[in-house]
Write a protein that binds this ligand. Structure first.
Ligand SMILES: Cc1cc2nc3c(=O)[nH]c(=O)nc-3n(C[C@H](O)[C@H](O)[C@H](O)COP(=O)(O)O)c2cc1C
Length: 303
């Protein structure tokens, strides 16, 4: 039997497959499809302090090999999450990661301060990188200084493991990653979606009410992989890679490029059992290749 576990330092996952934020609800929505105990972990939908409605529809447009979304981070807020959701998901034997959002640095702080008093959260994923929230964007992940500032603020408030989620919409992903590391992040996850546009040629209007949205899915995989490799080759903290993973082989590419774990997003919409299938496919690959521990693959790219 292959050992699929991966050690992120601050947490050991039973396998490297984590469901990505915004594509897996609060976990509960996937209970009819998969046993959540099988997952390395899952990241819940982004949480602001208060409930939010998100953007006006239409909020989704299909693209070639991808999806453009401008959902705009609707959510139930920290109080309802703690009272109604957390007690139901913390019973699972898997890493529960909360995706933390904020309209200001202070809001990131308040979300974490509130949740720190609650049991059953394995780590925070600091979403400083959403491309499609209307308020002309507090998106700290677009600058090394703002990244440093947001991560430092949260770091002072909580000693829980902190994963900083980066945006691909930058010229130099490495300088942002190094800022997050310097500010005390325990890990880095990348990538969030790529800022994108889809046009309806009949009406000559944008397909999304928000005009721009974020592109995810297989279309972004090669660029995401390049960024993961660039970052993982230089930082000292673990990197969690994502972008267009549909199959076990896609996940393997990220691991070989240096990611210690992967997140699976858009694939959950195509196949609600995608995470489970990918875990099975990783197992199958390791057995076929005679690999006892999947960790030996991490960063094994021969350049
Ligand atoms: C509909 C939708 C909603 C998303 N919501 C969030 C979110 O709440 N927080 C976040 O950090 N990322 C969010 N993302 C980004 C994904 O977690 C992931 O970073 C991105 O989609 C790339 O991975 P993929 O190609 O496997 O989907 C969302 C993506 C989609 C498609």
């Amino acid at each position: 039997m292959t050992d699929l576990s991966v050690d992120l330092g601050f947490i050991k996952l039973k396998n490297p497959v984590i469901a990505a934020s915004g594509t897996f609800g609060y976990g509960l929505e996937f209970e009819p499809f998969i046993d959540l105990n099988l997952l390395g972990g899952f990241v819940v939908k982004g949480l602001y302090f208060s409930p939010r409605e998100g953007n006006a529809p239409p909020r989704l447009a299909e693209a070639s090999s991808g999806l453009i979304n401008a959902i705009g981070l609707p959510g139930i807020g920290v109080e309802r999450f703690s009272e109604e959701v957390l007690p139901r998901i913390r019973k699972y034997d898997t890493a529960i990661i909360v995706n933390v959002c904020g309209e200001s640095e202070e809001e990131y702080g308040s979300v974490v301060e509130f949740l720190d008093k609650k049991e059953g959260i394995s780590a925070y994923e600091l979403n400083i990188s959403c491309p499609n929230v209307k308020k002309d964007g507090l998106c700290p992940a677009l600058s090394p200084e703002a990244t440093f500032s947001a991560v430092s603020l949260v770091r002072k408030i909580s000693s829980r493991p902190l994963i900083t989620k980066l945006s691909p919409n930058v010229t130099d992903i490495l300088e942002i990653a190094l800022s997050a590391q310097e500010a005390g992040s325990d890990a880095i996850s990348l990538v969030n979606t790529f800022l994108a546009l889809a046009v309806d040629t009949e009406t000559r209007r944008p397909k999304l009410a928000n005009v721009y949205g974020g592109l995810s899915g297989p279309a972004i995989k090669p660029i995401a992989l390049r960024m993961v490799h660039q970052v993982a080759s230089r930082v000292n903290i673990p990197v969690i890679g994502m972008g267009g993973i549909l199959e076990g082989n896609d996940a393997l590419e990220f691991l070989i490029a240096g990611a210690k774990a992967v997140e699976v997003g858009t694939a959950n919409f195509v196949d609600p059992e995608a995470t489970k299938r990918i875990i099975d496919e990783l197992n199958g690959y390791c057995q076929k290749m005679g690999i006892d521990r999947i960790e030996t693959l991490i960063g094994s790219l021969r350049t």
